[in-house]
Write a protein that binds this ligand. Structure first.
Ligand SMILES: Cc1cc2nc3c(=O)[nH]c(=O)nc-3n(C[C@H](O)[C@H](O)[C@H](O)COP(=O)(O)OP(=O)(O)OC[C@H]3O[C@@H](n4cnc5c(N)ncnc54)[C@H](O)[C@@H]3O)c2cc1C
Length: 501
């Protein structure tokens, strides 16, 4: 029977379980569904669509090179599948399990209901080390992840028999109602880019990853830069892990920096799925704190003026504003800066993580709901189990951008401010400010006072007995069980251990 392979965030032919399962059975209709309703959701953006679109084009070319034609349909999934059934007759529907947000989860439920009514088999394969459902046993999770990742990555099936079908044109961002923001993503997308990025990281750029990942200056090249390829699936997580492990094995013991960096990188690939598992097991985490005691801690709606100043890079804190403007212009920023931006929004500005999280989600080309929402909650201190980490924007600036190169690059209005005041321009005299940086805003909040207020409010809640009970339940549900000894062996530092929880 005809096999419809529905490509979602797995836009590749390599290590594609659904495609392999289809190939040994019958003809394949490769399908991408562009769902306008998805692109109306508050967490999506033109920069994401443009990247996704470029990956779809790339996949279409890969399929064409194998003699087939990618079928693109625009519409809601159930209507598209109904039309395909009317045109081609009954089929088996195959896809990877999608670990997305509530919208995609509800859509999959609707598709499943339709399949049941129509007598269509809907077969799904796991693509990440993430297990469906709320009752995942966290005690065995790490071992299951290791087992899944150790299975051989599957090559493109040697024999592919294609079914052809009519196809729609890929809409542009405007046709989906998305506003272009000028970020150029097309040259970055696709399988060849993914492989080249992986190779350059493992063989050229990654040596000082551990040491250089935190600064936005060095992080740009020292980080793997694989997140968007993993998010849209032009590279599978297993291929990535196995390539890193193979590279690690061939390194002599004397290559200490490389070995340390690759161990850190491999640990992060584990976190990728560890975080996504949290949202998979508790989908409400997209909207509600894992520890319910924090519900209502921060006001909603959030202060619109503060949210806008933060989002546009106009808070008056140069390092925060430079990081945000870099993200606005490129669609990516390193982990430390993401955490710092979220910390500033959550503690200094006391904004609800759901609202600041939506702003960031739209800015990230690599938006991955399962990583994003648990991270947003964690950085806002609302998981109940993680150490409260309030980043000082000034200290971070001195640590990560000591000479102010990054600040000056992204805040041209501070170009003339001498180094001594660059991280704290509010310390200039009124007269000097007027002379040196008249267009840069005054800081919108006093960090020390805001951090104290936030700490007091959170610790007042944390001390309550019910908070402790809740924290235990959160650890039970979501905490990593990988033994400390295992992690030490893998070279993961203590602060990363806290993060992994
Ligand atoms: C508030 C906040 C929101 C975030 N939202 C996203 C998101 O939407 N999409 C996303 O891919 N990452 C997100 N991250 C995690 C992390 O910042 C990015 O994965 C990383 O910066 C991407 O760059 P890279 O691929 O060069 O990372 P590398 O450091 O090279 O890491 C390699 C891969 O490991 C995974 N990874 C790295 N750090 C983490 C982490 N802390 N938690 C889980 N997985 C990790 C990612 O898949 C990443 O691509 C978020 C972090 C924070 C603090």
């Amino acid at each position: 029977m005809l096999q419809v392979v529905w490509f979602k965030r797995d836009l590749r032919l390599e290590d594609h379980a659904a495609l392999c399962a289809a190939a040994i059975r019958d003809r394949i209709l490769p399908l991408v569904i562009v769902e306008p309703d998805y692109w109306r959701q508050p967490d999506v953006s033109a920069r994401q669509w443009n990247f996704w679109r470029a990956c779809i084009t790339d996949l279409g070319e890969a399929i064409a090179a194998k003699g087939g034609r990618l079928c693109i349909r625009v519409g809601d999934a159930v209507s598209v599948l109904s039309a395909i059934k009317a045109e081609h007759g009954p089929f088996v529907l195959r896809a990877h399990e999608e670990t997305g947000n509530e919208w995609t989860f509800d859509r999959d439920k609707a598709v499943r209901r339709w399949c049941k009514t129509e007598g269509i088999a809907f077969e799904e394969n796991r693509q990440f080390g993430v297990w469906r459902g709320r009752k995942v046993n966290r005690d065995r999770w790490a071992q299951a992840w290791d087992r899944m990742m150790a299975m051989p990555a599957q090559p493109v099936p040697p024999l592919l028999m294609w079914e052809r079908s009519v196809t729609d044109n890929l809409p542009d961002a405007a046709e989906l109602g998305l506003t272009e923001d000028g970020v150029q993503v097309v040259p970055l997308a696709g399988r060849a880019q993914a492989l080249a990025t992986l190779h350059s990281f493992l063989h050229e750029r990654g040596e000082h990853y551990t040491r250089e990942m935190s600064s936005p200056l060095s992080g740009e090249t020292a980080c793997s830069r694989l997140s968007w390829h993993l998010a849209y699936g032009s590279l599978s997580i297993r291929e990535t892990l196995q390539a890193a492990q193979a590279r690690y094995r061939e390194l002599p013991l004397s290559e200490k920096a490389w070995r340390q960096s690759l161990r850190s990188f491999i640990a992060r690939l584990h976190w990728h799925c560890h975080f996504i598992q949290k949202l998979e097991s508790e989908p409400e985490a997209e909207y509600r704190p894992m520890a319910r005691i924090y519900d209502g801690l921060r006001p909603r709606p959030a202060d619109a003026a503060k949210l806008a100043a933060w989002s546009e890079g106009r808070t008056g804190y140069p390092f925060i504003d430079a990081a945000m403007r870099y993200l606005n212009a490129t669609g990516w920023i390193n982990f430390r800066m993401r955490a710092m931006l979220m910390s500033f929004a959550s503690y200094d500005l006391w904004l609800h993580w759901q609202e600041s999280g939506l702003v960031l989600a739209r800015k990230f080309i690599d938006y991955e709901p399962g990583i994003h929402w648990p991270q947003c909650q964690m950085q806002a201190g609302e998981t109940g189990i993680n150490t409260i980490r309030i980043y000082s924007p000034v200290k971070q600036g001195y640590d990560q951008d000591p000479t102010g190169v990054f600040i000056r690059r992204w805040l041209p209005e501070l170009a003339d401010v001498p180094d001594a005041w660059l991280h704290e321009p509010w310390k200039l005299t009124e007269e000097d400010r007027e002379r040196l940086c008249p267009d840069y805003p005054d800081r919108i909040v006093d960090h020390a006072a805001a951090a104290k207020f936030a700490k007091d409010a959170i610790y007042a809640l944390r001390r309550k007995p019910e908070a402790r009970a809740e924290a235990k339940a959160v650890v039970q549900k979501h905490g990593s069980r990988k033994r400390t000894a295992d992690r030490k062996r893998a070279g993961v530092k203590a602060d990363q251990l806290k993060l992994a929880l």
